[in-house]
Design a protein around this ligand. Structure first.
Ligand code: SAH
Ligand code: SF4
Ligand code: F3S
Length: 474
């Protein structure tokens, strides 16, 4: 018999396409011996980048011959793409694994794979090896491109297959992807993060910052547009530092300018922007653009310069306000949204007051508010002035209230206007309605059916329901 492994090509894209072919043969043989076809289900636990990775996993599985199952419960192969940014993300995974452990007793042929950010933590791997022996395959964020090969091994071997890399400088292009939406898509422009905010685990589990080549990015978007995509979301932990450290590479504003030229592409979004690296050049490009959406996600984290310093965010309360004011002046109809953490070590009532002051001054159009979560290995976890649960209980709601009040006021300003909406879905609760998004990211619900999904319509914003609109097509 030929040895599949020793015959594998060395070039990584070729190698994975080779294993994909081998996997196809294997799946087809298995399917011949069964009444129905093997099914799979991928669950995303994390951010947009995690979701984009799930599309890559599903792309490989479908190409290999798996059928996507709507229900995780019934799938033959279950994949959890995990997140570890806050402890509750981890707890969710352990909870679901407990359930799967029982399921596996009833369905011993079922296979389970774990991947994503949580798998880059050595303590997690130890715990899985000890208490979750039934898991078939474990891999991390740096070798996700090897999925075809790893699934092949999983089906070939009877033991728990574990493959975790500490870091990588590799970016492997041209593997299959299965998009969740036909008309919009995430596009990675960079991986990893170099910022080391003291509370954050992302740099440890995603590795150092690596930008993709602008040629590859543009080629991917051109292909997506030819395939019907109207809106792209450029993804990176800090898109404003795109291209840094690479000779002759474009800057982020230059990249946007090139992407704007792609015929047929209608909307460009991006996230996330770190305030410290947001240039005047970017504001100028956004101001003059016909395609870049009127939305900027600009995480504040805290409004206290003292806390921002300890967080290693490298901006102050004053410089953040100055930046947001400059952006609002240049682009008056832009929505600015944010991320805020409550309960960082050493935070006092006065620090929270400063955060609320920034929320009211900048008038955020929306913000995610998070309770600080201690992440082992980060500098903040070792600080000896952790705050109490009582402190968080007392102050979290104050921050949330300020966020919600400003978001309502901002949303209400648009009542009566006619604006473009990209239709995304049939409404969950009322099948005679559709749901879409304004350029500024607000949701609008209006009468319509599935035939207009993926098209841009002019819609009158009739009634503001605080955080979304009921509209009428005009
Ligand atoms: N790169 C992005 C953020 C990615 S993580 C940026 O810097 O803007 C998304 C959000 O999770 C962060 O903005 C932060 O608000 C929150 N977050 C990260 N680590 C956290 C922690 N340990 N506890 C609570 N929230 C955290
Ligand atoms: Fe985490 Fe800071 Fe990097 Fe964002 S910029 S991913 S918060 S370390
Ligand atoms: Fe995203 Fe969570 Fe990883 S937020 S980068 S999936 S830790």
């Amino acid at each position: 018999m030929v040895n599949v492994y020793s015959n594998a090509p060395v070039d990584e894209t070729e190698r994975q396409l080779y294993f994909l072919e081998e996997l196809k043969k294997k799946i087809s043989t298995i399917n011949e011996s069964r009444d129905d076809k093997l099914t799979c289900h991928v669950t995303t636990f994390g951010c947009q980048m995690n979701a984009r990775d799930s599309e890559k996993l599903l792309g490989i599985l479908k190409e290999a011959g798996f059928i996507e199952s709507d229900e995780e419960e019934k799938a033959d192969f279950i994949i959890y793409n995990t997140c570890t940014v806050r402890d509750n993300a981890n707890q969710k995974v352990y909870g679901r694994l407990g359930y799967l452990k029982n399921q596996k007793k009833k369905r011993p042929d079922m296979k389970v794979a774990l991947c994503g950010c949580m798998m880059q933590e050595p303590s997690v791997i130890e715990k899985l090896k000890k208490s979750y022996r039934f898991v078939n395959l474990i891999f991390g964020t740096h070798n996700i491109f090897k999925f075809a090969e790893l699934v092949y091994r999983m089906l070939d071997e009877d033991t728990m297959v574990i493959d975790i890399w500490e870091d990588t400088d590799k970016i492997v292009e041209d593997l299959p992807v299965d998009r969740k939406y036909s008309f919009k898509s995430g596009v990675n422009i960079m991986f990893g993060c170099n910022n080391f905010c003291t509370y954050c685990i992302v740099p440890y589990v995603r590795g150092r910052e690596r930008s993709r080549s602008s040629k590859e990015i543009i080629r991917e978007i051109e292909k997506l547009v030819a395939d019907g995509v109207k809106e792209v979301m450029l993804l990176g932990q800090n898109v404003n530092s795109y291209g840094k450290g690479i000779e002759n590479e474009l800057t982020f504003p230059q990249l946007l300018t090139e992407i704007e030229k792609i015929d047929g592409l209608e909307r460009i979004r991006f996230m996330t922007s770190h305030p410290k690296d947001l240039s005047d050049e970017l504001i100028e490009v956004m101001r003059n653009s016909k395609k870049i959406c009127k939305h900027l996600h600009l995480p504040l984290q805290s409004g206290s310069s003292k806390i921002l310093g300890v967080m290693n965010r490298r901006y102050t309360k004053e410089s953040y306000i100055e930046l947001a004011t400059k952006i609002r002046k240049a682009i008056p109809d832009i929505a600015i949204t944010s991320d805020i953490i409550v309960g960082f070590p050493g935070e006092t009532k006065e620090d929270v007051d400063e955060t609320i002051d920034v929320i009211n001054t900048v008038k955020f159009d929306g913000a995610f508010t998070f309770v600080y979560s201690k992440r082992t290995g980060t500098p903040a976890a070792a600080m000896d002035n952790q705050v109490s649960d009582e402190f968080v209980k007392e102050h979290f709601d104050r921050v949330l209230k300020a966020v919600q009040e400003n978001a309502k006021d901002q949303a209400n300003k648009l009542t009566g206007k006619i604006m473009e909406v990209l239709v995304e879905d049939v409404n969950d609760h009322d099948s005679t309605m559709v749901t879409g998004r304004l350029s500024n990211n607000l949701c609008v619900h209006f009468k319509g059916d599935s035939s207009i999904i993926g098209t841009i319509k002019n819609v009158k914003l009739v009634e503001c329901k605080d955080f979304y609109y009921i509209g009428e097509i005009v």
